[in-house]
Ligand binder design. Structure first.
Ligand SMILES: [Zn+2]
Length: 228
């Protein structure tokens, strides 16, 4: 089933747009001015302005202390201290803050402020956004008045620290591979140059060529051992 709004950036994604910091939430591409509604019941505890990197937006503190964060709006339709129900209009989507195209950024934090993976909510969030909300979708969410139903679904989702660790390990291993490949290439090319210099009459060329050939053989042995 296709989503009502496309997931344009996944949780944890690395991109130069965010200075290679793992994406702290999910992005849903949607036209500017799309009505946005709160996923859970709670109190607006923070409003962001266009000067913030998240742009205009807000944070809704749910009853258990966890927070849902909405960003890059064109207009915020609530104030700090407002009580909101699940499905209540909280703003219009936009392209404010550090954003390259109109989209909704959605983030989730637990009561301690740890970032959680909000991916399981991508579809419900898409479903309750926009002019035409299919009948039945909001009432289902509104039945979770204590927000516990909302958060309990997160207990099986991966925390950002775990996911970030995996991504950084992948990046580091990839970088090591590249460095090792470069070194291997350097020793190979270097030994060829030294052999040419030796032919050209440089006395030490042959000796250095030998050193580089041995270094290349050792590197290859290391690469084959390490490269699982
Ligand atoms: Zn985002």
């Amino acid at each position: 089933m296709t989503m009502k709004f496309r997931l344009s950036s996944e949780f944890g994604e690395l991109s130069p747009v965010r200075n290679w910091q793992p994406h702290s939430g999910i992005d849903l591409a949607m036209p500017e001015g799309t009505p946005l509604r709160s996923l859970g019941a709670g109190v607006v505890d923070r409003v962001f302005t266009s000067g913030d990197s998240i742009g205009k937006g807000l944070s809704v503190k749910l009853d258990d202390g966890s927070r849902t964060i909405y960003g890059h709006m064109s207009e915020v339709k609530a104030q700090v201290g407002d009580k909101v129900n699940a499905g209540q209009l909280i703003g219009l989507s936009g392209n404010t803050g550090n954003s390259t195209a109109p989209h909704l950024h959605f983030g989730l934090k637990d009561a301690e402020g740890n970032v959680l993976d909000p991916t399981p909510f991508a579809e419900p969030l898409a479903n309750i956004s926009g002019d035409h909300v299919a009948p039945g979708l909001i009432p289902t969410l509104m039945s979770n008045h204590d927000s516990q139903g909302l958060l309990s679904r997160f207990f099986w989702s991966t925390g950002i620290r775990e996911k970030t660790g995996e991504i950084l390990t992948e990046v580091a291993l990839g970088a090591l591979d590249v460095v090792a490949d470069l070194l291997a290439g350097f020793t190979l090319v270097g030994s060829a140059i030294m052999i040419l210099l030796k032919i050209g009459g440089w006395r030490d060329g042959g000796r250095w060529a030998g050193v580089l050939v041995v270094a290349n053989i050792l590197l290859r042995a290391l690469l084959n051992n390490g490269g699982a």
